[in-house]
Design a protein around this ligand. Structure first.
Ligand SMILES: *Cc1c(COP(=O)(O)O)cnc(C)c1O
Length: 393
């Protein structure tokens, strides 16, 4: 079946047998056991990272509502399995812990989402990290390298990394791709050789700014250590989050494609505005356009732009917007804007942040489903006012 059909039907195959049209929301934390031997067998399976079978036993092993979302995500990613977590950071942590069984060295490409960078750079997990340029990954790999991690498109610069090339360079070392900005609608990292395709489900997958979650799509063999980590460390997705995420998948493609069209329109308008020095958007005006089409079906719905006048002008723009909400996060039905240097990427080392191009004039815009003309009226008004204020100062 094609992806849009899977988006509507995956994880719902038993509905006719159950005589339901919406998935049951199972909030149980524990399950009645028919006999002790059966419960023991389910627990034994879970400890090995396998799915527990006919009885979930306890909420940390499996939840039937979340499992439906996992099955649907696996189908969307062209993966055997998917494992859901309480947040994107819990999902990334599980990948890092699972991979550290193989070796405690990680090769990472900047920029990454600010907290992902912080998790690696802070040493909180006791991992040894080498930061590498995408083309230099092969040379950064050591015998104790457990994981290579990239983010494409990267938050917040929207730079793309060639997944197939990274997988070739990794030469068998697992590769994690944070595909949050692309969603499975625009990119399927596993088909390009990645080991894990990781999402902050809090963003486009949830899509309405009301659910936190994370999910990793991978082979069944790679899913087992992730389930073991989840069972032992407890980063569970809540069943209501699983329900809402599963509910949102059928409309994911139309949301992403519509928001993407709005983002493309705004990229052009921002480019022509005198108050904007640079527009960062995948494929825009030839930027890394070879990867669009080959790796990614479209540019997505997030763009960043550099305002003339630096932090002062960026702050003016944020304060003057009326329709667009100044807030961190992205991928919602409504348009959000934020200042990476002051917010999401504040935790990143100053030199590394500047080297990645995250300066004080950079604003990140997550385009929603509003009419782009209304969004432009708001943005142009704010940019004009900010320009006038900066000139007057
Ligand atoms: C938000 C985000 C994360 C972290 O996800 P949470 O759900 O907030 O924990 C990771 N990677 C990217 C690219 C993100 O945008």
């Amino acid at each position: 079946m094609r992806r849009s059909t899977l988006a509507v039907h995956a994880g719902r195959e038993d509905f006719r047998r159950l005589k339901v049209h919406a998935p049951p929301l199972d909030l149980s934390t524990t399950y009645p056991l028919e006999d002790l031997a059966g419960g023991t067998a389910c627990l034994d399976a879970a400890v090995e990272g396998r799915r527990p079978g006919d009885n979930p036993v306890y909420c940390r092993l499996e939840n039937p509502t979340v499992a439906r979302f996992e099955e649907a995500m696996a189908a969307m990613e062209g993966a055997e399995s998917a494992v859901a977590f309480s947040s994107g950071m819990a999902a990334l942590t599980a990948c890092l812990l699972a991979a550290s069984q193989r070796g405690r060295h990680v090769v990472a490409v900047r920029p990454l989402y600010g907290t992902s960078d912080h998790l690696l750079a802070s040493g909180l997990l006791g991992l040894d990290v080498t930061w590498s340029e995408p083309a230099a990954i092969a040379g950064a790999i050591r015998p104790d390298t457990g994981l290579v991690i990239i983010e494409t498109p990267a938050n917040p610069t929207l730079s793309l990394v060639d997944i197939a090339d990274v997988a070739r360079q990794a030469a068998g070392v697992p590769v994690a791709v944070d595909s949050t900005f692309a969603t499975p609608v625009l990119q399927q990292p596993l088909a390009l050789g990645a080991t894990y395709s990781l999402h902050s489900a809090t963003k486009f997958l949830g899509g309405h700014g009301d659910v936190a979650g994370g999910v990793v799509a991978c082979s069944e063999a790679d899913a087992r250590p992730l389930r073991q980590v989840r069972l032992a460390t407890g980063g569970l997705m809540h069943p209501l989050a699983g329900y809402l995420l599963h509910r949102g998948l059928p409309t994911l493609a139309i949301r992403v494609e519509r928001a993407q069209a709005g983002a493309a329109r705004l990229a052009e308008l921002l480019f022509d505005h005198p108050g904007v020095n640079e527009v960062l958007f995948p494929g825009f005006r030839g930027r890394q356009s070879d990867l669009l089409g080959r790796q990614m079906a479209g540019p997505g719905a997030v763009l960043s732009f550099r305002v003339a006048g630096g932090r002062g002008a960026a702050e003016e723009v944020l304060e003057r917007l009326r329709l667009i909400t100044p807030a961190v996060s992205l991928g919602s039905v409504d348009t959000l804007i934020q200042h990476p240097a002051g917010l999401t990427h504040r935790v990143v080392d100053d030199d590394a942040r500047l080297a990645s191009g995250i300066d004080e004039g950079l604003l990140r815009l997550s385009v929603g489903l509003e009419d782009p003309r209304d969004l432009w009226d708001d943005l142009a008004g704010a940019l004009d006012a900010a320009g006038a204020a900066t000139r007057a100062a």
